[in-house]
Design a protein around this ligand. Structure first.
Ligand SMILES: [Fe+2]
Length: 286
């Protein structure tokens, strides 16, 4: 069993770092902390960064997850190899690029690139964005899956990951006591399906709704309230069509792992939003 601590970062390829920076800072409300001709690092909380854009193809993406045991990388690599995954260790240069002390990477059964990191760097200055979106930090991601049952088994047997609820075939998964940090949505190709940032409260979500409308940013779902986590939410489309979400779903804590009963909700709009908002997001409709 590989013990994971928390989500750490997302890395997204882009051919237009300037556009990624404009959207990430002026619209999402992240803090740019380092730029180079082929890198942009964005901060959202106590971590050095939680989103990195690099010069590359938009389909080139990776998800970084922190290992619980700082000395556990060799053991995790052995377990992944025993489970049939090809595992590679990051070079010194690749570690520096991610602001981590060490990492390895593998592809999940769908083909998503996952990086297991140890001792990711913390911010030595606090998060201080130019736009006050009320962001508390990086919350969770939706991840594409070619076979939800198979990938749920992969994540829940090899790692300390548990199912909080299902919507249709899509499992909402957690590695800590918040409702979910990883949600697997059936899709045709690997990739990050959406990126969530947690905000303080519903006022932040409604303020952003007006803010996004004024700037003609495409809102694809919400404002609404999730049936699963109880969180208020707002989804909007960003650079290269990536869906970003604000929610305060992390306030719903799974209090007792042993007795928590995952609920099965049907795949329909009301399972995502109890207020009646309809998603304009393909993965939330099939
Ligand atoms: Fe979400």
């Amino acid at each position: 069993m590989i013990e994971l601590r928390d989500l750490c970062y997302v890395r997204l390829g882009t051919r237009d770092l300037a556009a990624a920076e404009r959207f990430g800072t002026e619209i999402v409300g992240l803090q740019p902390i380092r730029r180079s001709p082929d890198r942009l690092y964005l901060r959202s909380n106590y971590r050095d960064h939680s989103l990195c854009y690099f010069r590359g193809e938009a389909s080139d993406q990776a998800v970084g997850i922190e290992l619980k045991d700082w000395n556990g990388l060799d053991g995790a690599m052995r377990e992944l190899a025993a489970a049939g995954r090809t595992v590679k260790r990051g070079s010194r240069e690749e570690c520096a690029d991610r602001a981590v002390e060490d990492f390895c990477w593998f592809a999940d059964p769908t083909g998503n690139r996952i990086e297991l990191v140890v001792r990711p760097h913390d911010a030595n200055r606090r998060y201080f964005p130019t736009r006050d979106a009320g962001i508390k930090g990086f919350g969770h991601i939706g991840l594409n899956t070619a076979d939800a049952k198979r990938d749920e088994r992969f994540w829940t047997t090899l790692f300390n990951i548990r199912v909080s609820d299902w919507i249709g075939a899509a499992p909402l998964l957690r590695m800590t006591n918040v409702h979910h940090q990883l949600a697997l949505f059936p899709a045709k190709a690997p990739g990050v399906q959406h990126i969530n940032h947690q905000v303080h409260d519903v006022d932040d979500i409604m303020r952003s709704w007006y803010f996004l409308q004024e700037r003609q940013v495409k809102v694809v779902f919400g404002p609404g309230r999730h049936a699963t986590s109880g969180g208020y939410f707002l989804y909007f489309e960003g650079h290269q069509g990536m869906v970003f979400e604000y929610s305060n779903a992390d306030r719903t804590i799974i209090e007792d792992d042993a007795t928590h009963r995952p609920r099965q909700f049907p795949m329909e709009a009301a399972s995502f939003c109890v207020w009646g908002s309809k998603p304009d997001i393909a993965e939330f409709r099939s």
